[in-house]
Design a protein around this ligand. Structure first.
Ligand code: FAD
Ligand code: SF4
Length: 510
């Protein structure tokens, strides 16, 4: 038996059991191909990051004496798709068996499944050995239930994997610390500067520049900031637990201009391409907390563990339960286009300028910027979720569909009608101001609702509720907002709707 094993760009898991033995009869293949660079318009740092990490992974496998074929983007014999390249390799190397790890993306999964049916040799798929859960686990957990409550899934995960548990109970007796977390940054607080890597990726960039691949965003190819191998990923994790974890929960939802990552871990890219595993991430955080219990309060740790073992696994489960229908859900039937400045950051709205600007600069924005700033605005502006998905899928280095679409279409846009969230995540300027320092230096005025310099979030917020009353009016979690709206004088309502209409008509000039 002569086996060819495909390693996808997001399957760089060096601890996979595939690599336990060195087998002369097995050849691994990694490929930089146009189907993957072109299925969305990606940030240049995302493509470069993937290729750099794949190259490092291939070198590591070779150093460990595994047989590896690596197809570079511009190699002559690169046929630019998984199926064509594998067919070619099978033919020229007489492989008798094809193997792959279960992909995380529905698109790639379908592609490989149907490709295997066309093969004349045998084939099989194995688990990627990365997640806590299988694809189907969440579906089984919520079987027969109408709602998919994160909290109950998270608690079950903690119990099942014995994370921060003692005799079947949470170590502190309490499950949820959201109440203690999520504070605004104090005015003169100077956050810890992020650890960045000064990777030289200019060769990869040169190769990409020889093609007509369309990309967005900026890159400094001599000082590429993202980790591109396991070693750097572990360094970043180490930096996070020593320098950021102690304030992670407190400032999880905080935003301030020109500080692009605050106390966030920025390990999503490393984890999503599987250079590090969620198990080692939480183990490391818990170990650090045990070492420094006086410096790292439990609420900081719990807030972090919840993201990894809760939200991340939950989103993956929802994805496999609801795809492919999920990708076309549009609960509010929103049809508008994304404002042009989403691609440039050129808007007078300070919060959006900052969140989009840093996304173009680094291929990164932290969670609350994605949710409360860009996502919130897009929903209030009635933008078609297809456009919003395309933007999020392209712009972030960590964007892979299973975790992007569930967050975007679900959590942020409520386009799934309430599978992931219980109500749409929208807010006016007051909440943005509560969590950030954006409004003070903004062209628009946070407290003004109509007229010159009125913050667009204010009128768009009420316009959103008014427009969607039929769908949201009965939602018990939003009833209060409708009471406020109904009590407003008709003139005040009219002025707000008129202001919103004006902004929507002039959206590219905001
Ligand atoms: P931290 O704040 O340090 O959190 C630690 C880890 O927890 C993250 O690395 C991530 O793995 C996990 N996590 C936290 N929140 C979530 C969540 N809501 N869903 C899943 N995992 C979570 N995450 C992606 O990995 N890829 C995406 O394409 C993506 N798109 C998003 C789009 C929108 C509209 C929103 C609101 C969120 C999106 N997220 C996405 C989730 C989250 O914003 C990112 O995981 C996080 O910002 C990554 O930065 P970090 O590693 O510094 O995270
Ligand atoms: Fe954003 Fe409005 Fe605040 Fe300006 S005033 S930063 S647009 S919320």
């Amino acid at each position: 038996k002569k086996t060819i094993r495909l390693i996808l760009g997001d399957q760089l898991n060096s601890n996979h059991s595939w690599y336990d033995t060195i087998d002369e009869a097995v050849t691994y293949v990694l490929m930089e191909i146009r189907t993957e660079t072109d299925y969305a318009t990606h940030h240049i740092q995302k493509i470069v990051g993937f290729f750099a990490a794949m190259q490092a992974f291939a070198l590591d496998l070779k150093a460990k004496k595994h047989n590896v074929i690596y197809l570079h983007l511009n190699d002559e014999n690169n046929l630019q798709s998984f199926d064509k390249n594998i067919e070619f390799l099978i033919e020229h190397n007489n492989f008798t068996h094809f193997e792959y790890q279960l992909p995380d993306e529905y698109r790639v999964d379908e592609h490989l499944k149907s490709f295997c049916k066309t093969l004349s040799i045998t084939s099989s798929a194995v688990d990627s050995e990365h997640f806590f859960t299988t694809r189907e686990e969440l579906g089984h957990f919520f079987e027969g239930k109408k709602t998919f409550v994160l909290e109950s899934f998270y608690r079950a995960m903690r119990k099942k994997h014995n994370v921060l548990m003692e005799a079947g109970k949470p170590v502190t007796g309490q499950w949820n610390y959201d109440g203690e977390n999520r504070k605004k940054l104090p005015k003169n607080h100077k956050p810890t500067p992020p650890l960045i890597f000064n990777n030289d990726v200019s060769e990869i960039l040169d190769e990409i520049n020889k093609t007509n691949i369309k990309t967005i965003g900026n890159i400094d190819s001599k000082n590429f900031v993202w980790p591109i191998n396991r070693q750097q990923s572990l360094e970043l994790l180490d930096f996070f637990v020593t320098d950021c974890l102690h304030l992670f929960g407190s400032y999880q939802d905080a935003m301030t201009p020109n500080e692009w990552s605050l106390y966030h871990s920025r390990i999503s890219f490393s984890m999503n391409v599987k250079m590090i595993s969620p198990q080692e991430v939480i183990d490391k955080a818990i170990e650090e907390w045990k070492k420094r219990p006086n410096e790292i309060q439990y609420n900081q740790l719990e807030g972090f563990v919840r993201q990894i073992i809760g939200w991340r696994e939950y989103m993956r489960g929802i994805y496999w339960l609801k795809m492919p229908e999920y990708a076309s859900l549009n609960y509010f039937d929103n049809q508008e286009k994304l404002p042009e400045w989403f691609w440039t950051g050129e808007t007078k709205m300070n919060c959006l300028k900052d969140a989009i600007g840093q996304s173009l600069e680094y291929g990164y924005a932290h969670h609350i910027q994605r949710l409360m700033i860009t996502g919130n605005f897009a929903l209030l502006a009635g933008v078609n979720p297809d456009e919003i998905d395309a933007w999020y899928l392209g712009i972030y280095v960590d964007a892979i569909e299973w975790v992007q679409i569930t967050n975007t279409r679900g959590m942020s846009q409520f386009a799934d009608g309430g599978i992931v969230g219980t109500k749409p995540y929208v807010s006016s300027a007051s909440y943005i101001d509560k969590m950030s320092h954006y409004c003070g230096s903004c062209y628009y005025k946070k407290a003004i609702k109509t007229g010159e310099k009125a913050c667009p979030f204010n009128s768009l917020y009420w316009n959103f509720y008014d427009k969607n009353e039929e769908k949201l009016g009965k939602n018990p979690r939003i009833g209060m907002m409708y009471n406020v709206w109904r009590k407003m004088q008709p003139e005040a309502q009219g002025a707000l709707l008129e202001q919103a209409d004006y902004y929507l008509k002039n959206i590219n000039n905001l």
